[in-house]
Ligand binder design. Structure first.
Ligand code: ADP
Ligand code: MG
Length: 680
């Protein structure tokens, strides 16, 4: 017997059932045992018939009579009369013709189901029923409900899980003894059993918190080990030259906000240490992160070291290049700045690379093209990653490994990572936050538009075009999909350009176009040769077209809240009132989360809401596969209390000098999690 054994050795699992389990990702006995129920239904209270109340109930009774017949409208009906010592009642099953044959008279059954009025008579409709025993599966208990798939329902899974319980003995404890004891946890084996077949709600709660604790402990330990390793890396200390910083600030043609100053100061302080900086600069779109990063970079450049800034799109990289060159001009450092993007001519690229290799250029700005091996930055001391959640772990790591030491890392993001997630995923990330914008912005006027108002809305938006202002139309897909009803760029482009906006210039932009095509479209949009741009979220980051005052988001339910918030940040720039229209693609009512967008303009709040309602994947891009990828089945990533507890245990684990290799399961999980959540 082995936990890795295939499910097929369990009674009730043949090759057909195995195929169904595969759909659920369950292949081995261990998978089965750790595939916890999704929810429960409490049918544990057994009451006498006379005491029954309407609602979910369980009785213990004998069957007195059963009739099986077809009703007037052609459906099948099984009708039974059951009795206990307190009274009798009726039971009805619809369209279960096999029922009658399986019922034995004069035997005692548990019957669990909904008790209610039917044809003016109180009865139970379609209840579960099984012979009274010490271990009922589908009645008279807290019943586990599993994730199901077609042809494999919970009732079957319960039986199979029960048949596999003898394997529980093979499960060894994954957490150290002292953690179990000090944190009042129940043993793993017991927790697993209680999760499948809880004896009481208290037991279930204990089982859930044991597993949740462990899931968060693993995450936290992985994060802390990552952090610890990072701190050991050799680094180039960049002395904080206050005079230089003051000079930079004095030459700006605007005044930095307090939050910008504090952030820059924190960054400069971080780099003046013997360990690598790993700081996240968070600030909504338009809060002025670029100038903060540039101010920090000045110091590094002054000491003759190199800085690399990586942006997710070419458009954005070019915009940064221009902005940063302008910012560095008064200090006469603008001649140190160079651009490297995929669409440059090979000759120009080669030349730029040579200049960086020779140290003639020291501030490289580009897209992921700067990760390539052929790009050499021998004196790289600082890396800035803009919109860091748009990059994968590997891309970030490649950039950091360009030299023999660890560069200081500044990640920037307009998508806030809620505090609970920061704690759980990164131990405790160093974060600088810019909350307010340098100029007070008008909130984007945001409206949800029902399906039947869609055409009228597009018609009305002609007024925007008549004012010579521009419109973005964002869709979740490029091409229509046979399986999803979401609106697609190609279709919407066709409809608009041939229909309501046929007298205007409509453009199309998405990731399948070549880089040159994309740039051309963007340039035309910037110059208002294109009035309406139908696109994917490709415009989410970067581009600044102040004349675009309106954004329409098709199939709005499909997007994350923080994402829509970023999208609408594209309009209403330069003191013009912006408008955002959220279009529904079905006649369903808008969800509460979407409604929140109409009157919430705080990106942090929206990100918290997203985390609660849709899980971390939607917020934090590297965790694209969301919950499963993090091995979280039970833990709640918004439960700060539990996260702090787990974090404390992980800290103790490290302080005690525990050897991870002694804990086989733990070690395996931690290594996997470290790779997923590393920020450097
Ligand atoms: P983001 O945080 O979205 O990256 P940017 O760095 O692109 O924001 O800044 C948005 C705009 O605000 C830029 O045009 C920038 O020059 C301007 N800006 C930045 N800081 C200030 C400030 N303190 N006062 C006025 N304008 C500022
Ligand atoms: Mg930016």
């Amino acid at each position: 017997m082995n936990l890795d054994d295939s499910l097929t050795i369990i009674k009730g699992v043949g090759s057909q059932v195995l195929e169904k389990f595969k759909v659920l990702g369950v292949l081995t006995i261990e998978d089965l045992l750790t595939n916890y129920p999704r929810k429960y239904e409490d049918f544990s209270q057994v009451v006498s018939i006379i005491n029954l109340n309407p609602g979910k109930s369980t009785i213990q009774a004998k069957v007195e009579s059963v009739i099986s017949r077809y009703g007037r409208r052609g459906f099948h009906m099984t009708e039974a009369v059951v009795a206990d010592s307190s009274g009798k009642m009726n039971i009805l099953w619809f369209n279960q013709p096999y029922r009658a044959a399986s019922i034995k008279k004069d035997q005692e059954y548990y019957i669990s189901g909904d008790f209610g009025l039917h044809n003016q008579k109180m009865s139970m409709i379609n209840p579960s029923m099984e012979l009274v025993s010490a271990f009922p599966l589908n009645t008279a208990r807290i019943i586990p409900i599993y994730s199901e798939t077609s042809g494999l329902k919970s009732i079957q899974i319960r039986k199979i899980v029960k048949n596999s319980l003898s394997y529980l003995d093979l499960i060894s404890e994954s957490l150290p003894e002292w953690i179990i004891k000090n944190y009042n946890l129940i043993p793993l084996k017991q927790a697993i059993e209680e999760l499948h077949f809880p004896k009481s709600n208290e037991d279930l709660e204990k089982a859930r918190s044991r597993i949740a604790f462990e899931e968060l402990f693993d995450l936290s330990l992985a994060a802390q080990l990552n952090k610890k390793d990072l701190l050991l890396q050799p680094v180039i200390k960049i002395e904080f030259n206050q005079k230089l910083a003051t000079e930079f600030v004095s030459k700006l043609d605007f005044k930095l906000t307090d939050e910008q100053k504090i952030s820059a100061w924190q960054i400069l302080k971080d780099m003046d240490k013997d360990r690598p900086m790993n700081r996240l600069l968070e600030g909504d779109v338009g809060t002025g992160k670029t100038v903060v990063a540039t101010m920090a970079a000045v110091n590094t450049l002054k000491f003759g070291y190199q800085v690399a800034l990586m942006a997710p799109t070419e458009i954005l990289a070019k915009q940064h290049y221009k902005t940063i060159k302008d910012l560095l001009k008064p200090l006469k450092m603008d001649d140190k700045v160079g651009l490297l993007v995929g669409s440059m001519k090979p000759k120009d690229k080669a030349e730029a690379k040579d200049l960086f290799l020779a140290g003639k250029l020291n501030f490289m700005i580009g897209t992921h093209s700067i990760i390539q091996d052929s790009v050499k930055l021998p004196k790289l001391a600082m890396v800035v990653i803009d919109e860091q959640h748009r990059f994968g772990v590997n891309q970030r790591q490649n950039l950091l490994q360009k030299t023999g030491h660890m560069p200081h890392l500044l990640s920037m993001s307009a998508t806030p990572i809620p505090r609970s997630l920061q704690l759980a995923l990164f131990g405790d990330l160093d974060v600088s936050i810019i909350k307010s914008k340098p100029y007070s912005d008008l909130d984007i006027d945001t409206k949800i538009i029902s399906l039947n108002q869609r055409s009228a809305t597009y018609e009305k938006l002609k007024d925007v075009l008549k004012k010579k202002e521009q419109i973005y139309v964002v869709c979740p897909l490029i091409s229509e999909s046979p399986v999803m009803s979401f609106r697609a760029v190609e279709k919407v482009y066709k409809d608009l350009s041939e229909g309501v906006y046929k007298d205007y210039s409509v453009g199309i932009l998405h990731s399948r176009l070549s880089t040159e095509e994309k740039e051309k479209v963007m340039e035309k949009f910037v110059s208002n040769e294109i009035n309406v741009l139908v696109c994917t979220t490709i415009i989410e980051v970067g581009v600044n077209v102040p004349n675009a005052t309106t954004i329409v988001i098709e199939s709005a339910e499909r997007f994350g809240l923080a994402q829509i918030h970023q999208l609408r940040g594209r309009v209403g720039r330069n003191h013009k009132q912006g408008s955002c229209y959220l279009l529904l693609d079905s006649s369903n009512k808008p969800s509460p989360r979407l409604l929140a967008l109409e009157n919430t303009f705080d990106g942090f709040k929206l990100a918290e809401l997203d985390l609660e309602l849709r899980g971390p994947g939607i917020i934090y891009g590297t965790l694209q596969h969301g919950k499963n990828n993090l091995d979280l089945q039970i833990a709640d990533l918004t439960d700060i209390k539990m996260i702090l507890l787990a974090k404390k245990a992980a800290e103790e684990f490290i302080e005690k000098g525990e050897n991870l290799l002694q804990y086989v399961q733990l070690n395996e999980r931690i290594n996997r999690l470290r790779a997923i959540t590393t920020l450097n």
